[in-house]
Design a protein around this ligand. Structure first.
Ligand SMILES: Cc1cc2nc3c(=O)[nH]c(=O)nc-3n(C[C@H](O)[C@H](O)[C@H](O)COP(=O)(O)OP(=O)(O)OC[C@H]3O[C@@H](n4cnc5c(N)ncnc54)[C@H](O)[C@@H]3O)c2cc1C
Length: 285
């Protein structure tokens, strides 16, 4: 799929391009609308520590390029891409290099959250690096039962949290099986983060939850500069423009790179209409 020109055309809906330059172009375009970005170099579950080191180098470049281009941006990475499946220590050393660079450039590294098998290790690694350098934050998934405790602990340590619903299929032993429960959990955790979090990021395209976030912030007198909304590149651009126009801070997650297939499949799985959209376009070609 990743080498098929036809499939690649479809992926451009959610992916900024193959190269860092294309991603910077997308960053400039959305920047002109007052929207910030976080760059994600696609690729997860690398096959060796050598590949993990290559991924780290791409990220080091991306941070420097953002800084040199004067783009307000940060980067988002996955620990499996940095070698977590092979060695915790080597993965940590890779991320440490990046966080050190971010701290020196006044930048920021967001560690994405993968499936629940990685949750504790991800939080431990981020907490450890945060204590030394700052400049790093994590993602918490509203679908997991453990998330309230995790957020309370992260707030105590003033570690920045991005709250999302959760994109991985999880067993009922660790996560709410029903979407309505995930949504309810998201709203509760959003309130906790707005009350106690260090510059939290509310990452969703769910209009109802976004409205509840706006209302809660207004009710508690929380300034718009104290938190940000985050959305994925290419999803609900209407909503993105509205939030930016209304003076809310908004950051888009901008993926780039050749290894777009797993990312694209998660986006399709989130919304059956996307599969129809893809199929219609395939037949139109
Ligand atoms: C900035 C950002 C970072 C993220 N980081 C992580 C992470 O680190 N770990 C993780 O597990 N998950 C992450 N996610 C994904 C997240 O967990 C959800 O899977 C994803 O955001 C869809 O949920 P939703 O909150 O938009 O709500 P939903 O209830 O799924 O969707 C609400 C509405 O948004 C629109 N929408 C949502 N998804 C799509 C789509 N794919 N295509 C078209 N329209 C769509 C539709 O209008 C839908 O009705 C991230 C999401 C964002 C926005």
């Amino acid at each position: 799929m990743e080498t098929s020109p036809l499939a690649k055309r479809l992926a451009t809906r959610f992916v900024a391009g193959d190269t860092l330059d294309q991603a910077l172009g997308a960053a400039r375009r959305v920047g002109s609308e007052g929207i910030a970005i976080t760059l994600d170099h696609l690729g997860e579950s690398v096959a060796s520590l050598e590949e993990a080191a290559e991924a780290r180098d791409v990220y080091l470049n991306a941070l420097s390029a953002l800084h040199d281009a004067g783009i307000e941006g940060n980067v988002s990475l996955k620990l499996t891409q940095f070698g977590l499946d092979f060695s915790y220590d080597q993965c940590r050393a890779n991320v440490e290099q990046l966080v050190r660079r971010a701290a020196s450039l006044n930048g920021f590294v967001r560690v994405d959250m993968e499936s629940s098998a990685y949750t504790q290790r991800t939080i431990d690694l981020v907490a450890d690096l945060h204590a030394r350098y700052g400049a790093v934050g994590v993602v918490i998934q509203a679908c997991l039962y453990r998330s309230r405790n995790d957020i309370e602990e992260l707030c105590r340590r003033a570690i920045r949290v991005r709250l999302c619903k959760g994109a991985y299929l999880e067993p009922a032993s660790v996560a709410f099986p029903r979407k309505s429960d995930v949504d309810r959990s998201f709203v509760e955790l959003m309130k906790l983060l707005l009350d106690r979090g260090a510059y939290p990021a509310i990452a969703t395209h769910d209009e109802n939850i976004i409205r509840q976030t706006e209302a809660y912030a207004a009710e508690r007198g929380i300034p718009r500069a104290a938190f940000e909304f985050q959305m994925l590149y290419g999803i609900r651009r209407d909503l993105q423009r509205r939030l930016a126009a209304e003076g809310y801070r908004l950051r888009l997650y901008v993926p780039f790179g050749k290894a777009w297939y797993p990312y694209y499949m998660r986006r399709l799985a989130e919304r059956p209409a996307n599969v129809l959209f893809m199929a219609r376009n395939l037949f139109r070609q």
